[in-house]
Design a protein around this ligand. Structure first.
Ligand code: PAN
Ligand code: ZN
Length: 193
């Protein structure tokens, strides 16, 4: 781990950082119950494709530090739903996060425990600010190109994946006639506030 201020490159052609400390791959099998089309999920499971990869710079997970890295979501669909991240609340709910889109074509699905939800397009050059209290999931709405983005969030934020695993997001992004559409999640299992 660096103990001096440092720089690293995020070349816009690849979007990949030139250095990183950890590289995590997330496969379809880690998304059980998240895709609305359970039959399509089951059909793809034997191949267990990699949906996305996260490259992170290691820093102490404490207040005052920032954790940063790059996520690459590969193109693909499960039924009509695009490849996407698991999505999470931060364990420290009052935590914001900054995203910068580097490549591809995406959407961010967000919601808070108060019942508000939002789905924002996410294009190269755009910064997306995730407000404190809002769960967030990134979706690659291209079926041919990677979606690549940079993120930075407070070191003490932590991740709560369990709430989304259990209740899902209120909104889904699905392909309809070749274009992304936002629909209500028929399986959303949260409690209305
Ligand atoms: C991002 C995400 C990353 C992968 O770094 O962690 O895009 O998504 P999941 O964590 O939902 O699998 C972030 O929001 N960190 O807090
Ligand atoms: Zn986050």
């Amino acid at each position: 781990m660096q103990n001096q201020p440092f720089t690293f490159e995020l070349p816009f052609d690849s979007g990949l950082p030139t250095t990183w400390d950890t590289h995590t791959t997330r496969r379809l099998s880690s998304m059980k119950g998240q895709y609305a089309d359970h039959a399509a999920y089951a059909a793809l499971l034997p191949d267990d494709p990699i949906l996305y990869e996260v490259y992170e710079i290691k820093r102490p997970e404490i207040e005052g530090e920032l954790l940063q890295g790059v996520t690459v979501i590969h193109p693909g669909k499960v039924g009509d739903e695009y490849f996407m991240t698991k999505g999470h609340f931060h364990k420290v709910l009052e935590t914001g996060e900054v995203y910068l889109c580097l490549r591809g074509e995406g959407m961010m699905v967000l919601e808070n425990p108060e019942g508000d939800s939002s789905v924002l397009p996410f294009r190269p050059g755009q910064v997306l600010y995730v407000l404190p209290r809002w769960a967030h999931r990134s979706v690659n709405v291209s079926t041919s190109e990677d979606l690549v983005f940079f993120f930075a969030y407070p070191g003490n934020a932590g991740h709560d994946y369990g709430t989304i695993e259990q209740q899902g997001f209120r909104k889904l992004v699905v392909e309809d006639d070749g274009t992304p559409q936002i629909i209500d999640n028929p399986r959303w299992q949260g409690q209305k506030p």
